[in-house]
Design a protein around this ligand. Structure first.
Ligand SMILES: Cc1cc2nc3c(=O)[nH]c(=O)nc-3n(C[C@H](O)[C@H](O)[C@H](O)COP(=O)(O)O)c2cc1C
Length: 370
C-alpha cells in the first residue's frame, strides 16, 4: 500500500501540485491535514495504512517517549494545524513554528519555491506566523499522541534593533509559553534562520551566551533544543558549541538549518536563477548537516542529544544521520518530493538497515559510525 501511494504521488499528485504556486499548495495541505486530523475515522483509516512503528524504533529521549525517530521540522506547521493528524502518517514527533513574540505576515513573495533538479525548496518566509498569543490559544486545545515542540525565534517585524532587544523579545515568548498549563513537550530555540531583516546574530558565542544566561534564569519546565546553522566553518561551529555546552537548560541541538550558498554544487544554477532572495532546504543541506552532526557527537559525546535535520529522502539518509550521532531526525523537503508516505516508508525500511548493521535497538546505533 505504501508503494502504491508513492507511485500515485509521484505520477499524479505531485505533477498537479507542482503546477500551482508553492505557498498556495502548502497552505492547502495544512488546511487539509487539519481537517483530516479532526475526523476520527479518517485518522483511524490513515493509521491503519501508515502508522507502522516497529518496537526497534522506540526510544526514550530527554524524558520523552518516541515511537518513531522521525519528526516534522520547524517551518511547515507554523499555525499548529497538524499535531492531531501526523501520528496517523507515522510521525514520532512534530514541531510548531517558528513562533515569535509578535506576529509577522512574512517576507515579500516569493516566500517558497521549488528546485526539483536540486531536490531543494527555496525558503524566504522570515518567520511568517500568527504570533505567540494566537498559538498559545490554539495549542491549549490540541490533543495528540506524539511529543510536540514549539520553535521560538526573534520577532522579524523590524521592531528589534539591538541584541538586547532580541534577547528580551525571545525571553518574553518563552515566558508566554510557560505561563499557562499547555500540552507542548519541549522547545526549540531557533538562532539560525537566514531569512530575517535584522542581522542580530546569535552565531557569535558572546551573543548566544548572553541569550542563554537569560533563558537559564527562566528555569523552563521543558527541554530545549537549539537549532543551529550549517553554514559556519568547523571552528566557528565548535566555538558555538563551546559557548552553549555549559548551560544546563540546553538539552540538545538540531543540526541544522538552511543552506545559504546559492553556488553550492548540489544546486542547479538555472533553477536558482529564477529566485533573487531566499535560502535552500533538502539536498543542499544534506552533506554539511551530516558532517556537523558527526563533529558535535565526536567533540561532545553524550552532552547534547542531537536531532539530525537536512536532506532526508530515505531510510538510508536517516540511518546515516543516526550513525553520525543523531538520536532523532527531522524533515520537510523529503515529504514534498517523495510524498506523504515517506515517514511510513522510512519506519518500515529503517529496522532492516539497523538489523543489517547488527543493532536490535535504535539507541545502540546512535553515533556508531564515528
Ligand atoms: C518551507 C520551509 C520553512 C522553514 N521555516 C523554518 C522555520 O520557521 N524555523 C526553522 O527553524 N527552520 C525552518 N526551515 C528549515 C527546516 O526546518 C529544515 O532545517 C531544513 O529545511 C532542512 O530540512 P529538510 O531538508 O528536510 O527540509 C524551513 C524549511 C522549509 C522548507
Amino acid at each position: 500500500m505504501i508503494n502504491f501511494v508513492a507511485i500515485v504521488y509521484q505520477k499524479i499528485a505531485k505533477p498537479i501540485f507542482f503546477k500551482f504556486d508553492a505557498e498556495d499548495v502548502h497552505i492547502f495541505m495544512l488546511n487539509l491535514g487539519e481537517a483530516m486530523g479532526n475526523i476520527a475515522p479518517v485518522r483511524l483509516l490513515t493509521s491503519m495504512l501508515f502508522a507502522n512503528k516497529p518496537p526497534i524504533l522506540s526510544q526514550k529521549v530527554a524524558g520523552l517517549n518516541f515511537k518513531s525517530p522521525l519528526g516534522l521540522a520547524a517551518g511547515f506547521d507554523y499555525e499548529a494545524k497538524l499535531p492531531r493528524f501526523l501520528p496517523s502518517l507515522g510521525f514520532g514527533f512534530t514541531t510548531i513554528g517558528t513562533i515569535t513574540n509578535h506576529s509577522y505576515q512574512g517576507n515579500p513573495k516569493p516566500r517558497l519555491g521549488r528546485l526539483p533538479k536540486s531536490k531543494s525548496l527555496l525558503v524566504n518566509k522570515g518567520f511568517k506566523n500568527p504570533g505567540a498569543t494566537t498559538i498559545i490559544k490554539k495549542i491549549a486545545t490540541i490533543h495528540t499522541s506524539i511529543p510536540f515542540g514549539i520553535s521560538i525565534g526573534q520577532t522579524n517585524n523590524g521592531s528589534l534593533e539591538t541584541i538586547s532587544d532580541a534577547i528580551a523579545d525571545i525571553v518574553s515568548t518563552f515566558k508566554h509559553f510557560e505561563s499557562k498549563p499547555l500540552p507542548h513537550t519541549h522547545y526549540e530555540l531557533n538562532i539560525s534562520c537566514p531569512n530575517l531583516h535584522t542581522h542580530l546574530d546569535f552565531y557569535q558565542p558572546k551573543n548566544s551566551t548572553k541569550l542563554l544566561v537569560e533563558i537559564q534564569k527562566l528555569k523552563l519546565s521543558r527541554p530545549v533544543f537549539i537549532k543551529l546553522p550549517i553554514v559556519l566553518t568547523d571552528s566557528e561551529f565548535s566555538a558555538l558549541l563551546r559557548a552553549i555546552s555549559p548551560f544546563k537548560c540546553v538539552t540538545g541541538i538540531i543540526v541544522g538549518n538552511l543552506q545559504t550558498n546559492r553556488h553550492h554544487p548540489t544546486i542547479d544554477q538555472q533553477e536558482v536563477a529564477r529566485f533573487s532572495r531566499g535560502n535552500f532546504s533538502g539536498l543542499p543541506t544534506q552533506a554539511r548537516s551530516l558532517e556537523l552532526i558527526s563533529l558535535a557527537y565526536k567533540q561532545y559525546d553524550n552532552r547534547f542529544i542531537i536531532i539530525g535535520c537536512g536532506g532526508v529522502f530515505s531510510a538510508t539518509d536517516a540511518y546515516n544521520k543516526i550513525a553520525a550521532g543523531a538520536s532523532l531526525i527531522q524533515l520537510i523537503t523529503g515529504l514534498i518530493y517523495q510524498g506523504p508516505q515517506l515517514v511510513s516508508q522510512i519506519n518500515h525500511d529503517l529496522p532492516k538497515i539497523l538489523h543489517h548493521h547488527g543493532f536490535s535497538r535504535i539507541a545502540d546505533a546512535v553515533g556508531s559510525a564515528n
